[in-house]
Design a protein. Structure first.
Length: 274
């Protein structure tokens, strides 16, 4: 359970205004940042993650200003930044790197607790059975699920994702978003996710923040997200089908797109240690 508070955030890159006086607060929600390319979504996430310094404004997590060395903010990237030549398990385990020294991790001295956490995270994203598989042999959607597991291993209070499904086909995109939503719910973390696919956003989001030319155009809950607001943000093309969503997140997860796995993490840890 955590609260992210953004106040009067502005970011200037030379003459380019990427963000202009944006404020909002999210608490224990799955919030989606919407906006056209160039609207400022990545800049917002990078500022929250401490990767980019805002020109003005403040960002606080549970009342404390965020710093660039914050270890409890998990980030999932569009290009998942995994080490492709090693297993899903080892990639997930690197999420604990912030908590153990590099030397220890090089010699794989992570604690049993870290190992179990990595396997639990892989179970959350439905990849426990595939934990030994090399990431290079996985599909794009599976790779992105490993990216989610790695972020979970950090034990974050806040989960950020920058266009996590932009490079996936619609069906894989839905599956990955299902797991991301499930991960946030199971780990009780607030999530801020940028998406450009409005229909996917409308399925999974609780809260929608629309950015246009760096400014906040709207900040609404799911039942307030209207085709008119989307039109204001993108023009009329993207709203097709927005009114026709009757499948709930739970239904998507139950439809087999986010199945439970059979093995338990404890059993796999024992296998690894054997
Ligand atoms: N490092 C940078 N230097 C200069 N300008 C930048 C930099 N990063 C972003 N911008 C500019 O800031 C504006 C907002 O970019 P940003 O990447 O945040 O938008 P976005 O909504 O994430 O778009 P996209 O979905 O295409 O990534 C754009 O005009 C962009 O060109």
């Amino acid at each position: 359970m955590s609260t992210l508070k953004i106040e009067n955030l502005s970011k200037q890159y030379g003459d380019v205004t990427a963000l202009e006086d944006v404020s909002f607060e999210i608490e224990d929600e799955f919030a989606v940042l919407l906006g056209e390319s160039g609207a400022g979504k990545s800049t917002m996430l990078r500022c929250v993650n401490g990767l980019t310094e805002p020109t003005e404004g403040t960002i606080a997590l549970d009342g404390t200003e965020i710093s660039d060395s914050q270890t409890d903010v998990g980030m999932i990237f569009q290009q998942h930044n995994l080490v492709e030549g090693v297993s899903a398990y080892l990639n997930a385990l690197t999420g604990s790197l912030n908590r153990v020294s590099m030397l220890k991790s090089l010699f794989q001295w992570q604690s049993r607790e870290d190992k179990l956490r990595a396997l639990e995270a892989l179970e959350t994203v439905g990849l426990l059975e595939e934990s030994h598989q090399r990431v290079s042999q996985m599909s794009g959607g599976q790779q992105q699920r490993v990216g989610i597991a790695r972020a979970l291993v950090q034990d974050p209070r806040l989960l950020l994702a920058d266009e996590p499904v932009a490079s996936l086909d619609p069906s894989s995109a839905e599956t990955v978003m299902g797991y991301l939503r499930k991960a946030a719910a199971e780990h009780d973390v607030t999530a801020l996710v940028s998406l450009h696919q409005v229909n996917i956003a409308a399925y999974f989001g609780d809260r929608f923040i629309g950015l246009k030319d760096g400014e906040k155009l709207f900040d609404v809950r799911r039942d307030e997200l209207t085709p008119e607001l989307i039109d204001d943000l993108y023009g009329s093309v993207e709203t097709v089908g927005l009114a026709e969503q009757d499948e709930t997140v739970e239904e998507i997860l139950n439809n087999g797109k986010a199945p439970e796995t059979a093995s338990k993490p404890e059993a796999v840890t024992e296998e690894i240690e054997a």
